[in-house]
Structure formats: C-alpha cells, structure tokens
Design a protein around this ligand. Structure first.
Ligand code: KMH
Ligand code: ZN
Length: 273
C-alpha cells in the first residue's frame, strides 16, 4: 500500500516535566494523549514507559498498562521502544518483545548521544532482528547515522527480509553525535535506503521542522512527538503531542497528502492483508 503516515513518539526516555509540563509520563496521560493524536491524524505510536517518579523504565507491567490502554481505546499501530534509555541493558531491551507488539524500534548501530553513548553493537542488533523475524514483529530500523543504513543493508543481506516482508526505516536527524538535521543529509540518507523501503524521518529539537518539511517533499512518512521536540517555536513550548500531530497533518494536507489511519499503516507495513 502506498501513502504516508504520521508516527507520534509522545514520551521518550529523557525529557522531564520541568522542561515541558505537557509531556505525558504516566500510563493514563500517555493513553489520553494517544487518543487525541489519533484524532489529529497519527497512525502509529512509538511507546516508552516511565516509572512512578517519571524516570525511564522497561518495566513490562507498566508497558503493558500503556499498550492495553492504547489498544483498547485507539486503532493506532503499537510500536514499543527497544532503545529504552542509554542506561538499559541488552537483556531488558530484548525482553520488551515478550509483550508481543505489532512493531518495535531497532536501532542499527551505536551512536554518541549528547555526552552519553547509545550502545547498539552488531551482535545485539542481529539478535534483536532475528527475534523480530521469529516473533512476526515489524522492526522499525532506526538510523541515526549513514553508517546505520549500511548496517541495515548488511542485516538484510545476511538474515533476509523482515517478518512481513516490508522494510520500514526511521531516519533520525539532529541528535548531537548523529547525522546533522539538514536537507542535504536527509537527501543522502534517503538515497542510501534499500530500494522500495518504507521510511519516515524525524528531526530532533530545532531540526524538527526542516526535517519534517523535507520528508514531506520527498514523499516520506513523518515522526513527530515530545520524545523529539519540546518547543513549538523559538518562543513557545509544545502544548501537547496532539499539537505536533495537528501541525504535521496540516502541512501534509497542504501538500495534498492524507496520512494513513492505523488500518492503512497496518496494510503498508504488511501487518494486515
Ligand atoms: N532514548 C534513546 C537512547 C528507541 O526508542 O529505540 C533511544 C531511543 C530509540 O529512544
Ligand atoms: Zn524512542
């Protein structure tokens, strides 16, 4: 199925309420914002969990609570983060798959992450990929750098295609330590993707709008959300995730594109007949 979609990444692992009080951290807040984001045009949700203190966690009880709320109250495609935070160990990140999500993130290599390091050595990446294949989960290949796209090619050459036969990538630009968030880099990254791949892009922080507009112009899908950006403009904080989805949907409509609903995303990713 052709067409573009909007992913919302409402929470992430790093941002705090003191940076932006609108960020949803607890399960009920995340579910409430998911409902609003679906109404605004999102088709897929990328989920991270926080504990009662608002700190990043891979606790499967909390993740399940969020998944249950989102699945029972929206038709959004559910994608769980296997990235977690830079402090999470590989075993905990793999065990997220025990929850049986429709999709999961799969970062294709290690990257400097500000002053920290997001560790994704090849053996872990391969193990995670093989687990997605055996469990029928659609991986979203997260590429923070051009080298990650080279690793994606290597994964496909070595281990074959993903469970549903669809390769879907998310290009992440503007992480300090990863690809810069500018148009020439986005064009290069998109050109390096496997032929026929489905792709979205997201720009972190001030790279958000340039990357969104570039991806839209190139026919890509869009990822927005407070995991990636906390300011709506240089002078304004983001109100909530729906505000970001609304803007993306508005710009897509101006470009004469209509984002796919959850059902359309399922078809595009090979999750539905
Ligand atoms: N929080 C970052 C270290 C993912 O969700 O897979 C990793 C991340 C990527 O957010
Ligand atoms: Zn994430």
């Amino acid at each position: 199925m052709s067409g573009m979609f909007i992913t919302v990444a409402p929470t992430g692992a790093e941002s705090t309420k003191s940076q932006n009080p609108g960020i949803p951290l607890q399960p009920a807040e995340i579910v409430a914002q998911a409902i609003e984001c679906e109404a605004a045009g999102a088709g897929l949700i990328h989920i991270h969990a926080r504990d009662r203190d608002g700190l990043s966690t891979l606790n499967r009880g909390i993740l399940q609570e969020i998944v249950d709320g989102v699945s029972s109250q929206t038709d959004l495609v559910v994608q769980l983060s296997t990235g977690g935070s830079v402090d999470d160990d590989f075993e905990s990140r793999l065990r997220v798959l025990d929850l049986g999500p429709e999709s999961c993130s799969l970062t294709c290599g290690t990257v400097n992450f500000g002053t920290q390091v997001f560790h994704n050595p090849l053996p872990f990446v391969e193990e995670l990929y093989l687990e997605t294949i055996s469990r029928g989960i659609v991986p979203e290949f997260e590429c923070f750098d051009l080298g990650h796209i080279a690793t994606l090619h290597r994964l496909l050459d070595t281990h074959g295609e993903p469970a549903t036969g669809v390769v879907h990538c998310n290009l992440v630009l503007g992480v300090p330590g990863g690809m810069p968030g500018d148009l020439p880099t986005l064009v290069a990254a998109r050109a390096a993707l496997p032929r026929g791949a489905s792709w979205s892009a997201t720009g972190i922080g001030r790279a958000h709008l340039p990357v969104l507009l570039g991806a839209l112009a190139m026919g890509g899908s869009l990822r927005v959300g407070m995991e990636d950006v906390l300011r709506y403009s240089p002078t304004e904080l983001v109100r909530d995730n729906a505000q970001l989805v609304e803007r993306a949907a508005r710009l897509a409509a101006d470009a004469q594109l209509r984002p796919l609903s959850g059902e359309g995303v399922r078809q595009k990713l090979g999750l539905a007949p």
